[in-house]
Design a binder for this molecule. Structure first.
Ligand SMILES: C[S@@+](CC[C@H](N)C(=O)[O-])C[C@H]1O[C@@H](n2cnc3c(N)ncnc32)[C@H](O)[C@@H]1O
Length: 281
């Protein structure tokens, strides 16, 4: 069988399983098996595919059809300039979070050697992306879950200070209080009970996704910690649920220590993250 035919077959299998982007996923799995960029698949033509590679591709396609996340099968997920290792036990970084990253990098563009804290780091994706984009930055990454911490340790190496800790503890990182130039956070924010796709329900850790009845159970105390960490003029960006267009900015605006509270949409126009700045004490 040719790769062209194998891809068509895989696309049908994934579509039948309800995978939202069956063609793209099939191509990414084929490119992974072949060790080539996806764009090169077009060059494969109609010649016969090698048997072992085809068998491996079919195994991966069958697993994807059971709704195992694509990134678990590929072994990595992108975040800006980096690919981080992901798999069972850690949240898969999402493309939309790159908007938060880009905003944060712009916020410290003119700050030499910025001190940056990534709260709820998961795989360490945001911290790794900041450390790579700004090699002069001093980056801290905080995470509660032991399994996620193991992935973050693997992804960050010595590029960031990995801190086991609870971001709802306003006393965390006392040595950084009043000094931080940028706090980034992609915390759990989905209201409990919200229906989610199988990739999320069965493979992202529950604690990474859900945060109480209104989804703000982590964001509310996290903002208190962020205020303690930030220096006057320091910047804060927090990703949130698309139902939080009013509620997330209201949490920030409820603190007199924060100013310039702005809500930002993602590429699909959905409310996605909120930013603010620390006023002088
Ligand atoms: C939505 S995931 C985001 C991970 C990563 N920032 C990203 O964008 O891929 C949220 C992460 O927050 C962690 N987390 C949840 N509650 C926490 C808490 N109270 N303190 C520290 N980390 C927490 C979860 O274990 C999970 O790894």
């Amino acid at each position: 069988m040719s790769w062209r035919a194998a891809l068509a077959e895989a696309e049908r299998e994934l579509a039948a399983a309800g995978v939202p982007s069956p063609r793209v996923d099939a191509e990414l799995l084929a490119a992974h098996v072949l060790g080539v960029p996806r764009a090169q698949l077009a060059l494969l033509g109609t010649g016969s595919a090698e048997r072992d590679r085809l068998a491996e591709f079919r195994v991966l396609t069958a697993r994807r059809a059971t709704r195992v996340p694509l990134q678990h099968l590929l072994g990595t997920a992108p975040m800006g300039p980096v690919d981080v290792a992901v798999g069972p036990g850690v949240f898969v970084p999402r493309l939309e979070t790159e908007l938060l990253l880009e905003w944060g990098l712009r916020a410290v563009a003119g700050v030499p050697k910025p001190l940056v804290v990534d709260l709820c780091t998961g795989s360490g994706a945001l911290a790794a992306a900041v450390a790579t984009s700004r090699p002069d930055a001093d980056v801290y990454a905080v995470e509660l879950d032991p399994e996620a911490l193991a992935w973050a340790r693997r992804n960050l190496g010595d590029r960031a200070h990995l801190v086991p800790g609870d971001v709802t503890d306003a006393g965390l990182l006392p040595e950084l209080h009043g000094r931080v130039d940028l706090v980034l956070a992609n915390p759990p924010y989905v209201p409990e009970g919200t229906p989610v796709p199988p990739e999320v329900a069965d493979h992202d850790p529950h604690r990474a996704v859900f945060a109480g009845p209104d989804g703000l159970a982590v964001i509310r105390p996290l903002v208190v910690l962020a205020i303690r960490l930030l220096r006057p003029g320091g910047a804060l960006a927090i990703e949130h649920d698309d139902t939080h267009a009013a509620a997330a900015p209201a949490v920030l605006a409820g603190h007199a220590e924060l100013t310039d509270v702005v809500e930002h949409p993602d590429l699909a126009g959905r409310p996605r993250f909120v930013t603010g700045a620390r006023v002088a004490p």
